[in-house]
Design a binder for this molecule. Structure first.
Ligand SMILES: [Zn+2]
Length: 301
């Protein structure tokens, strides 16, 4: 069993969901993020947040995967201050919904003043509602941005054990772990931070508080990055219990602190049943045969 604790499945296909389930992924966490196209209205955020706790959660269930999400205003769109203020008013309505396991992904992109302001406001929100925080660290000036994210989090008196610092690399991992945070690693295909480097990091730092994810979205990314990395670890002689920690258990422990994520959610899940509908909508298209687990009857769509 694997958990992919950072994947933007709204932009992935049903083929991806099928492949993920086949590869052993039992649960995913979808952080609220930007869409490529900048949003111009607060209503777009509202509908997106509703999708994360609504339709996408249902859609994942139709492929045998339990879906959770994190709620937050991403750092890129924090720079549209007028809109960001309205999103901040909206967020409290969503952070308490079923399946919301953290505030995130929040933090810095270009490390502007506006980003700093809304990052701090959301750290306060996380404390108020007692949810973990998922921090997106910038791709440019990574090390500086990562350290700043932790400094500010500590300024706001967050417990590092409640904070997952994501998108680490060899330059950031030591300090993130030393300061008591969870360290997320995103495995992108054709980049520096590939599965091979991940194997070496686990070999060097051990499995404690390290979390592997795909961050797959609408860009060039791989929704099977977690199981593929686990396979490579296995071939490279990393002990099975270490693999389990970094590709399953640590994510569950970290985000389980929300009280919204429990192993029983997938171990005791209702059998997969694609005859189900949400708001009258189904994942099936005309004439397709639904998958129904634990039933030999084939139900016509
Ligand atoms: Zn992301």
């Amino acid at each position: 069993m694997y958990i992919d604790p950072h994947i933007h499945v709204v932009s992935r296909t049903t083929d991806d969901y099928e492949a993920m389930q086949k590869a052993g992924i039992v649960a995913v966490i979808e952080p609220a993020f930007w869409l490529g196209q900048p949003r111009t209205e607060v209503g777009s955020f509202k509908d997106y947040f509703s999708t994360l706790v609504g339709w996408e959660r249902f859609r994942a269930s139709q492929f045998g995967i339990v879906h959770y999400c994190t709620m937050g205003l991403n750092s890129k769109e924090a720079n549209n201050e007028a809109l960001a203020e309205q999103v901040m008013e909206l967020l409290p309505l969503y952070v308490g919904k079923e399946g919301v396991v953290a505030i995130g992904e929040i933090g810095y992109d270009d490390q502007t003043e506006a980003e700093d302001k809304f990052y701090r406001l959301q750290l306060e929100l996380a404390k108020e509602v007692d949810l973990p925080v998922l921090i997106h660290t910038p791709h440019r000036d990574k090390r500086k941005g990562t350290i700043r994210s932790m400094d500010v989090s500590e300024e706001h008196k967050l417990d590092p054990k409640m904070v997952i610092v994501d998108h680490n690399n060899e330059e950031t991992v030591k300090e993130v772990l030393d300061r008591g945070y969870y360290a997320g690693f995103t495995i992108y295909p054709h980049t520096k931070m590939g599965s091979e480097r991940m194997v070496e990091i686990v070999r060097q730092y051990g499995p404690e508080r390290i979390i592997v994810n795909s961050a797959a979205d609408w860009g060039i990314s791989d929704p099977l990055a977690v199981p593929k990395t686990a396979d490579l670890m296995r071939k490279s002689g990393i002990p099975e219990e270490h693999i389990k920690l970094v590709t399953y258990q640590n994510a569950l422990t970290a985000f389980g602190q929300s009280g919204q994520m429990d192993e029983q959610d997938w171990l005791n899940a209702a059998p997969l049943d694609q005859t189900k509908k949400m708001g009258g909508n189904s994942v099936l298209r005309g004439g397709q045969t639904p998958r129904v687990e634990g039933s030999s009857d084939i139900v016509e769509n």
